[in-house]
Design a protein around this ligand. Structure first.
Ligand code: NAP
Length: 331
């Protein structure tokens, strides 16, 4: 079969590779569409722990089950499924266990014509979604759901600020927060992306590249934010503390800009802020996320669709942060 393989740092190739085989309890899914996450960029750049070459990246996939191994429920064959990329989470809701891993490293990922995964990772693909839209859902949808709903416990009417709204995960955060009846605000480096976020239900947004954006945000949004969702980190983190309401929650699941140089402890303790780390999601988060997508008929935002042959361009687009939503790849 054909797959997008990383053979060394920054060496991306479409290659013929061995067919995956379903081990006991596993299914082989014929991939109709896959999608990129920023994780795939970190892997390509050689900046991800546990890298081994060659590897097939990709955590997001939708497709048809074409075979199951022994002990697996054969009724999955022929079904259109999405794959939960959160493997071995364990039994606790508050944190993952020691066996947690993410599809697409160390395990061979979804940027391939076929992938083998345990049947426990499968769910029926939402019927209202095209293959491209369903492929966009798994990793970013799960991460955003846990951050906004399980960790921040966003309440209707609360004011939430979601950073870097062009990102795939951030946009799911926006959609879940709008569906939850929150007052949603965003940040972006690009005014056109803010306008598109407003079309999706945000009240407004702020350009995080402009000095003083935090003061503008306090004035423009009529006060502070109860919940802040961030995956950039870096020195911009202090501005997030500045715009957090007393008793507010700041949830972060990424550090695209690295660690902040300063943690403003006095501001954090005086305003009784909670800093909440989050990563991917539990099986319960996954099921709740899918149920919400089905209930609210949420349409994931697909930025572009590329063929496997165009993989290098797809990765470049994500590396440059040009996308609005998810970048999808089709075999
Ligand atoms: N822990 C986990 O389980 C988990 C899961 C998913 C993602 N992540 C991490 O979260 C981050 C985002 O992932 P993704 O897949 O959603 O990425 P993505 O789709 O590549 O998101 C890129 C977006 O990040 C925004 N951004 C870049 N620099 C920023 C800054 N200084 N301040 C605010 N926003 C900034 C940009 O938004 P604008 O274009 O609007 O400016 C850009 O479009 C990555 O670091 C990723 O590794 C972690």
């Amino acid at each position: 079969m054909r797959a997008i393989q990383l053979t060394a740092v920054n060496q991306l190739e479409v290659r013929e590779v061995a067919e995956p085989v379903s081990a006991p309890g596993e299914a082989v899914v014929r991939i109709a569409a896959a999608a990129l996450n920023h994780r795939d960029v970190w892997v390509k750049l050689g900046q991800y722990a546990g890298l081994k070459f060659p590897c097939i990246p990709g955590s997001d996939g939708v497709g048809e089950v074409v075979a199951v191994g022994t002990t697996a429920d054969a009724s999955w064959v022929g079904r259109r499924v999405v794959i939960n990329p959160s493997f071995g989470w364990g039994t606790r809701q508050d944190t993952q266990g020691a066996d947690f891993s993410i599809l697409g490293l160390p395990r061979q990922g979804t940027l391939a014509e076929r992938v083998a995964v345990p049947v426990g990772q499968l769910a029926l693909a939402p019927e209202h979604l095209s293959d491209e839209a369903a492929a966009a859902l798994p990793l970013a949808g799960l991460t955003a759901w846990r951050a906004v709903m399980s960790r921040a416990r966003l309440q209707p009417g609360e004011r939430i600020l979601i950073g870097g709204i062009g990102g795939g995960t951030a946009l799911f955060g926006l959609q879940f927060a709008v569906a939850a009846g929150a007052d949603v605000w965003v940040t972006s480096s690009n005014p056109a992306k803010i306008a598109r976020a407003v079309a999706l239900g945000a009240r407004g947004g702020f350009d995080y590249t402009k000095p003083g954006w935090a003061e503008v945000a306090q004035a423009g949004a009529g006060g502070f934010f109860d919940v802040i969702i961030d995956s950039a980190g870096g020195n911009g983190f202090e501005s997030l503390v500045d715009v957090a309401a007393p008793g507010g929650r700041i949830v972060f699941f990424g550090a695209t800009r690295g660690n902040p140089n300063v943690l403003p402890m006095r501001k954090i303790f005086w305003r009784q802020l909670s800093l909440l780390g989050s990563t991917m999601g539990s099986p319960a988060d996954w099921l709740e996320m899918l149920a919400s997508v089905n209930r609210h008929r949420i349409q994931p935002v697909v930025s572009e669709v590329f063929s496997f042959a165009e993989a290098a361009r797809a990765f470049e687009r994500m590396e440059r942060g040009e996308q609005f939503g998810k970048i999808v790849l089709k075999p």
